[in-house]
Design a protein around this ligand. Structure first.
Ligand SMILES: N[C@@H](CCC(=O)N[C@@H](CS)C(=O)NCC(=O)O)C(=O)O
Length: 216
């Protein structure tokens, strides 16, 4: 099998999701870093690979370009079934996707670097305004997420039962991002507990931002 290439950046939470999934599946890959703060994801050589100019981008072993971390994780799960990242039953899969998408669709897009940069350039927002914006949109979803996780018998050691999956991956990557903006995690004991349980696992640790070759 030819090599799998992951275009990513150590601090990118969507890249972190895919790194965790690759590690859980035991897949080796070539790490290609693009420094987002230096705008390397907008340089011509990378745009030739990924016209969207975002990370992650996974180039599969047959040369196929795959974008969108949720789609990539599901592809990896279908291609390498063990350990599964989604439950066996349809209702369980819907619940895990729901939890993952609360983070991936309702928090990440409004807190992405290009959005925060636009707040600065278009509206003159300063560092504190940006941090407040970021925390606001995390809290908007973490409050209901905490309630849903705390009140459901489906929640176990992880978001769904006692096996980590796609929702846990999104949760861990989001919590890592939150730390950069000093988000108070005290109101979120269940999310914090699940995050801590995931970080005990070698795959999550190997994928952590601090353990990547471009970490600063
Ligand atoms: N929905 C995409 C989002 C990808 C994305 O926006 N990645 C961020 C890093 S976490 C990025 O490349 N940002 C560059 C920018 O905002 O300029 C996914 O889940 O893969």
């Amino acid at each position: 099998m030819s090599e799998i290439v992951l275009h990513n950046y150590f601090r990118s939470s969507t890249s972190y999701r895919v790194r965790i999934a690759l590690e859980m599946k035991g897949l080796e890959y070539t790490y290609v870093a693009h420094h987002l703060r230096h705008g390397e994801h907008r340089d011509a050589p990378y745009l030739a690979v990924n016209p969207q100019g975002l990370v992650p981008a996974l180039v599969w072993s047959d040369g196929t370009l795959l974008l969108q971390s949720l789609a990539i994780m599901e592809f990896l799960d279908e291609t390498v079934p063990e350990p599964p990242l989604l439950p066996a039953d349809a209702l369980g899969r819907a619940r895990v996707r729901m939890l993952a998408q609360m983070i991936a669709c309702d928090i990440h897009p409004v807190n992405n670097l290009r959005v925060l940069t636009s707040l600065r350039t278009l509206y003159g927002a300063g560092d504190e305004d940006i941090a407040n914006w970021f925390r606001h949109w995390v809290n908007e979803t973490f409050e209901p997420l905490e309630k849903i996780l705390a009140s459901s018998p489906d929640t176990g050691m992880f978001c769904h039962g006692d096996r980590p999956g796609i929702a846990d991956i999104c949760l861990v990557a989001q919590v890592a991002n939150n730390q950069r903006f000093n988000l108070d995690m005290t109101p979120y004991p269940v999310i914090s507990r699940i995050n801590a349980a995931c970080l005990e696992l070698p795959a999550f640790r190997r994928a952590a931002p601090a353990n990547q070759p471009d970490a600063e």
